[in-house]
Write a protein of this length. Structure first.
Length: 272
């Protein structure tokens, strides 16, 4: 019971921080209502506390430069690829209870069965998840979280937030992060302290994910005119794809009846 109380206390503190940041939105400078372009841009970005978000973004970049990136580079250079792959499989397997819970909450029964089967196979045949035979047997990996579950039930994302350590965390996804901690059995494992196991996994997962994206992040930063805006856009695109389970929303496709074709243009001839 003490552990549950401590977990609840941590969750409440996290939510209070988020609410405090949201309250600052009222102080954010809004564009001139007569400037239609500025108003549209402001609404599209949905980033009312952008100055504060940018501050935390630069803080995270600093921490990444002096700590996370060097550790991730060392991790990638010292551990051979098969070992790093086993670490990734192990971490993915630990997320199975959370994924299964959200599969069921979303009514994705088939995906829930896949998650349960993957967990059973990889935990036994895959040696506690160090290997992933389930994928080869027709049970591919997928991810779900409570933020996605809320989106399925049309809960809006809310204003964009960027938090220290956590990174992008709009209210919907931040709420999902907190709720998922209650779905996660590891939250209730007490080992040298109530947060030892969850924090250790969080750190290892962060190092592994950073190591897997060393070149990608460097390229994005090098080619971006505004690195912060690029990360914000990529995050939203990634989350939209995850919520849609990789499916294209046909509502976003153009109406073919409204497309204009120039019949005078020469038509392509397929090669024989």
């Amino acid at each position: 019971m003490k552990l549950v109380a401590r977990s609840l206390n941590l969750s409440i503190k996290t939510m209070c921080i988020a609410l405090a940041m949201l309250s600052l939105a009222a102080c954010a400078t809004r564009p001139d209502p007569n400037n239609a372009v500025a108003v549209q841009t402001y609404n599209d970005t949905n980033d009312p506390i952008e100055p504060l978000n940018r501050y935390f973004f630069e803080l995270n970049r600093f921490l990444d430069t002096i700590l996370l990136k060097p550790v991730a580079t060392w991790y990638q250079g010292v551990l051979p690829h098969p070992v790093r792959q086993s670490v990734r499989h192990f971490l993915d397997n630990l997320k199975s209870p959370v994924i299964f819970a959200n599969d069921e909450l979303q009514g994705e029964w088939d995906r829930g069965d896949t998650t349960a089967t993957r967990f059973a196979i990889n935990t036994t045949v895959g040696v506690l998840g160090l290997f992933d035979p389930a994928t080869g047997w027709g049970y591919p990996q997928h991810s779900e979280d409570f933020g996605q579950t809320l989106a399925v039930y049309d809960v809006p994302e809310g204003p964009y937030l960027f938090l220290p350590i956590l990174g992008p965390a709009p209210p919907r996804d931040l709420t999902g992060f907190v709720v998922d901690s209650f779905f996660d059995p590891l939250t209730y494992i007490y080992w040298n302290g109530p947060y030892t196991v969850p924090v250790t996994r969080f750190v290892i997962n962060g190092i592994d994910m950073r190591a897997r994206n060393l070149k990608t992040f460097d390229q994005i930063e090098r080619t971006s005119v505004d690195y912060y805006a690029t990360v914000r856009s990529l995050y939203r695109q990634s989350r939209a794809n995850e919520i849609a389970n990789g499916k294209t929303d046909t509502k976003d496709l153009p109406d073919i009846d409204n497309l204009n074709f120039d019949t005078n243009e020469p038509q392509a001839v397929s090669p024989k």
